[in-house]
Design a protein around this ligand. Structure first.
Ligand SMILES: Nc1ncnc2c1ncn2[C@@H]1O[C@H](COP(=O)(O)OP(=O)(O)O)[C@@H](O)[C@H]1O
Ligand SMILES: [Mg+2]
Length: 399
């Protein structure tokens, strides 16, 4: 049922790795990869592009430095870790636990306990949010973020979510803009009933059915999880709880759209770490372009976000703008670029009425462009074939 789960077993002594590998229960679907570290790197995950779901790390005499490096990894790039370390060393144990280790063993490693913690991690993986974007279900979780405030991230998030609902998907929308969130207004919903605050408080004990109780119901079928009040300045929810909430939403819905504020914090790092796609909204000027570039660099460093998952969305696009799509592509290192037309009046109306353009005026240029954008979250195999006029999915991005 669990499929194959990779366990990375890393350390500096071959015989130690062998003795642990022998104790891992066969037939449970584990695929154990051993990594004998022989060079000067202290981080057992150094240079690994696709992070494993579980790490078992055998410390060496350099344990303090090894634990420090693991604990310093940015939130979005951490891996559930089991440490095997020196015996009767309370300092090493405490450092391991503070760094988020799931358990701490000494040699000889007790097979029963080791397998129990591995099974526990495996069952957590079922609500795990880390995704390589190539799962059978397609890109499931998308983050929408503005290069600058006012770029249009909330307008895009609301319309994108609704476009997917129109396409008969079950969709939830999560508002992580805890200070200036506007999704309830954009969808004419009244934030009541516990909301995100309560969902976060109860995150450790609720399941994907119970979380429904904290969500607002849009008449289209879309569900919105948003704060009911403005968060106190500087507040940031516990990353593990938030990670669990994202996992529950992923379990309950085919697509999850998350609107995050531009300011990178722990919450946005969790969301970015979980994202299969990131839509980076910018407007057609040099200031937005500069901020977009900065975001791509800092999200890579802070949350380990692979730029390949980012799609740049030039919002309020106008033909005679000073910055072209080619300029944007070039400046952002060749990432995919799509455009959303400028339509001030219609979007102001939709913001004021709480009826997104995709619902109020789906035939307009903005409505159509949103629909096309939503196809980037479809499964490859269900994408519409190329039109006979020769427009490809990429074609509409250009010129
Ligand atoms: N394509 C567009 N054309 C015209 N105006 C737009 C467009 N997209 C957004 N806007 C305007 O920009 C404002 C800010 O959008 P919003 O989504 O709230 O920004 P953000 O969430 O990035 O801060 C909206 O209220 C709307 O008036
Ligand atoms: Mg917003």
């Amino acid at each position: 049922m669990l499929g194959e789960l990779q366990v990375l077993l890393a350390g500096r002594a071959r015989d130690e790795l062998d003795s642990i590998e022998k104790r891992i229960e066969p037939g449970f679907g584990w695929r154990v990869t051993t990594r004998l570290i022989t060079n000067g790197h202290v981080d057992p995950l150094y240079g690994i592009r696709e992070l494993p779901p579980v790490l078992i790390f055998v410390l060496s005499s350099n344990w303090a430095e090894e634990l420090r490096v693991l604990a310093d990894r940015p939130i979005g790039t951490r891996v559930p870790t089991v440490i095997v370390g020196p015996r009767e060393n309370t300092q090493a144990m405490r450092m391991a636990m503070h760094g988020g280790a799931r358990d701490y063993f000494t040699f000889p490693v007790p097979a029963d306990d080791l397998n129990r913690v591995l099974r526990q991690i495996a069952s957590d993986q079922l609500v795990n949010v880390r995704n390589d974007g190539t799962a059978e279900s397609g890109p499931q979780l998308a983050v929408v973020v503005g290069a600058k405030g006012g770029a249009g991230s909330s307008v895009v998030a609301a319309n994108l979510a609704l476009a997917l609902v129109v396409d008969r998907m079950s969709v939830s929308l999560l508002d992580l803009d805890l200070q200036t969130g506007s999704l309830p207004t954009l969808l004419d919903l009244n934030p009541t009933g516990g909301g995100l605050e309560e969902a976060i408080r109860r995150a450790p004990e609720i399941d994907e059915v119970a979380i429904e109780g904290y969500m607002l119901r849009h008449h289209s079928g879309l569900r919105l999880l948003s704060p009911t009040e403005r968060a106190p300045l500087g507040y940031s929810p516990d990353p593990e709880r938030l990670e669990r909430i994202l996992g529950l939403l992923k379990r309950g819905y085919e697509r999850v759209i998350v609107d995050i504020p531009r300011q990178l914090d722990f919450s946005s790092a969790v969301a970015l770490g979980a994202a299969d796609r990131v839509f980076l909204i910018l407007q057609q000027d040099v200031a937005h372009l500069r901020e977009a570039k900065h975001f791509i660099e800092s999200a890579a460093g802070y949350a380990g976000l692979d730029p390949k998952r980012i799609v740049a969305v030039v919002n309020r696009w106008q033909k005679r703008g000073t910055v072209s799509v080619e300029d944007v592509e070039k400046a952002l290192g060749g990432i995919q670029v799509v455009r959303l037309p400028n339509d001030y009046e219609r979007i102001s109306d939709s913001v004021n009425s709480g009826i997104p353009v995709v619902e109020a005026a789906p035939k307009t240029a903005f409505g159509q462009a949103m629909k096309k954008m939503s196809r980037l979250l479809e499964l490859e195999s269900t994408k519409k074939p190329k039109s006979r006029l020769g427009f490809s999915l990429l074609g509409w991005n250009r010129g």
